[in-house]
Design a protein. Sequence first.
Length: 301
Amino acid sequence: MASIFASKASNQSNPSCQERPTGQEFGNLVQTGSLFANFVVWAGGPRVKDSPMGYHTQDARHEFDSWSRRYDRDPLQNLLFKPSHRLMVQKLMPGVQRVLDVGCGTGRHRALIETRGYSWHGVDRRNMVAATIHADASMLPLPDGSVAAVVAWQILEYVDRPELVFAEASRVLEPGGVFCGSVSFLEPVHGRTYFNLSPHILERLLRRNGFADVEIKPGLNGFALTLWTWLGSTGIPSAESLAIALSLVLLGPLAGIIFFVSWLRWRVGVGSSHTMRWLTQTAPLDFAGHLMFVARKKARA
């Protein structure tokens, strides 16, 4: 649902216009590991194709269009987004200003935002029916300080330069405006994702771009999301729906045993409560499959 952030593949120069390297250039290429990638071009052979991990807008659009047909009906998506929705409702006080839903896709957040009284504006690079603005999120066609909130759910991992998106969200937000959403952390590669953001870099990007009151919370466990991605790749119909149940079966008893042993050691005075605190307070964020965040743009001094 996030093709708004898809970057166009960079244009490569005509191979026939490239010169063979000098001796010094040849040595530099060996050191940088790019000799093999350029050998065919210099030898006058066919053009080297882009890396299979490269982001191609046309391929990405095809994938997102395919996902959108089942996106809103996927049970796991409801589990992923319901906590995020609650977090957004808590932070968006009723109002009448504009809210941008970047990478809006099918417009699944529209009803929730409009029930708070806001004017919903869906932004997507593709020609989605729900979108009201067709633009790239790193270059929003809006004046400074013109919106009350920016929503960005599960789209930042598709950005090759996420810092530009944080900066643009800060630019279009009014002072005190809310930037909220979620981003992959330990979730495996899905589609053509570029970056998974840790809690530390997520907070740094927010604060570096003028946001305060930063809150970062764990979403679905990374193990469950890994299972979901793996099972979904098997081609077995609805196999991914087993991911959460399997993760609970596998991790639940283990976590319970660790907690009980830690509690028992603490009760008899041979251990501390550190493991219990880590298991209940720290581990959910450290092993989150995706992260939910809310921050406010600093008011002018």
